[in-house]
Design a protein around this ligand. Structure first.
Ligand code: HAM
Length: 417
């Protein structure tokens, strides 16, 4: 009886060779754009103390209250697989006194994150983000650097059909005042709210604004808007952000109902939305978090950042698969040729040409088929006669042109390509 095979965990995905090219290409472009904006990479551990997330993302958020993979360490500590990266980057920023090295710190990451959400298209339990965090500036120009960095990366990856939505949620005290008014407005309609919104009413009423339920959206049309509760400074900050976005020709929509699912934000928040990937349409989210560093024990450091979901970017991009391709396939004919094939392959590889050859002792026809499947640019045929006469056939598989070359000239042939 065949042994039952083990499957991957629900909500996780293997990235297979046919797709990995796209990831590598996306990563290359991220590195390139991050360098153009002066951001340096940071790598943080896969798990952290659970407190880090409850104190930053927020106890009442869906992420912390329902979605974290939390476990007890054998020594009794309470640990959590990172559900997002900002808290870890802030922890590292404080722990290693990065603010003492530079007054402005620009960091980026590419990372795997874990949230126990209900899996569906674009929503996974392990997913990947790239993101950037800019520490040390309270000015609107920092908001613009972060938004235009995200926007440049999307452009270079080839994602055009996206909408940037922005909003401002002011300071904590403005939000506290607004929450009271929002609850006062919603209370008479409480019975018309969905179960999820009723649950949020006490714990996190701002998240009700984010509802996808059309009946609730209609109720909210007459709700008070947070903008009315903001200070003059908050409003001026937002005006400058809008002005610079226009100046840079970055299109945006103001969405007064935009709220983020994490508690650490203040002032500017934003999301990039794609209309082409179904209900999980947020490709990227971010915003200002001026109090988070001090809240986690560091000095007062105004900051802003974003993170983008890489699986969702993959969904929004066509032309994902790229066939394999190699520089040379060596066709081996007969046992005596094996040694020559190994030597030839190693020599070409030392010159940085990619080379494959047969390991199954297959027929000439099957080996040529394999060369085609691998999209080899050239094929070299090595057999006993070729060795005896020191005449090897080198075939350009794109043009079909074939040349007879002595062994010592094979290297020259490739050098001259
Ligand atoms: P977030 O909105 O929770 O923000 O996540 C950012 C992006 O990650 C989302 O827009 C989405 O594309 C992707 N994402 C989130 N959850 C999943 C999932 N379960 N499956 C697939 N993709 C997902 C943050 O994480 C903040 N740390 C962003 C930030 C950085 N704010 C300031 N700096």
């Amino acid at each position: 009886m065949k042994t039952k095979s083990i499957q991957s965990i629900k909500g996780t995905q293997d990235i297979l060779p046919s797709e990995v090219h796209f990831w590598q290409e996306m990563e290359r472009k991220i590195f390139e754009e991050m360098a153009l904006f002066g951001f340096s990479e940071i790598r943080t551990p896969a798990f952290e103390n659970t407190d880090l997330f409850s104190r930053s993302v927020g106890e009442q958020t869906d992420i912390v209250s329902k979605e974290m993979y939390t476990f007890e360490d054998r020594s009794g500590g309470n640990l959590t697989l990172k559900p997002e990266a900002t808290a870890s980057v802030v922890r590292a920023f404080i722990q290693h006194n990065l603010d003492k090295i530079n007054t402005l710190t620009r960091l980026f990451y590419i990372d795997a994150l874990f949230r126990r959400e209900r899996p569906q298209k674009g929503r996974y339990r392990q997913f990947h983000q790239f993101g950037a965090e800019l520490f040390g500036s309270e000015h609107p120009e920092a908001d613009i650097e972060i938004i235009s960095l995200a926007s440049s990366i999307f452009k270079s990856i080839g994602i055009d059909e996206i909408t940037l939505k922005i909003n401002t949620i002011g300071s904590k005290s403005a939000r506290d005042n607004y929450k009271i008014e929002l609850k006062r407005f919603l209370k008479p309609q409480f019975n018309k709210l969905s179960e999820a919104s009723r649950e949020r009413f006490e714990k996190n009423p701002l998240r009700i604004l984010d509802t996808k339920n059309s009946q609730e959206q209609e109720i909210l049309l007459n709700a008070p808007q947070i903008f009315e509760y903001l200070s003059e400074d908050d409003k001026a900050h937002f005006s400058e952000v809008k002005m610079h976005l226009k100046g840079l020709n970055i299109n945006f929509e103001i969405d007064p109902y935009l709220v983020r699912g994490l508690d650490y934000y203040n002032r500017t928040i934003f999301e990039f939305i794609s209309n082409e990937i179904g209900s999980q349409n947020a490709i990227c989210g971010g915003g200002r978090y001026d109090s988070l560093v001090s809240q986690l024990g560091g000095s007062d450091t105004p900051s802003i950042g974003f993170a983008a979901g890489m699986e969702r970017i993959l969904l929004a991009t066509s032309n994902k698969e790229r066939a394999e391709n190699i520089d040379c396939y060596i066709v081996c004919m007969g046992n005596k040729a094996q040694d020559w094939v190994l030597k030839c392959a190693n020599k070409l590889r030392s010159m940085k040409f990619s080379v494959c050859f047969d390991l199954l002792k297959r027929s000439l026809k099957s080996q040529m088929k394999e060369a085609n499947r691998l999209n080899a640019k050239h094929a070299i045929i090595i057999g006993e006669n070729e060795i005896k006469d020191n005449k090897f056939q080198v075939k350009d598989l794109d043009t079909g042109k074939q040349q007879e070359v002595a062994f010592e000239h094979i290297i020259k042939y490739f050098k001259n390509l």
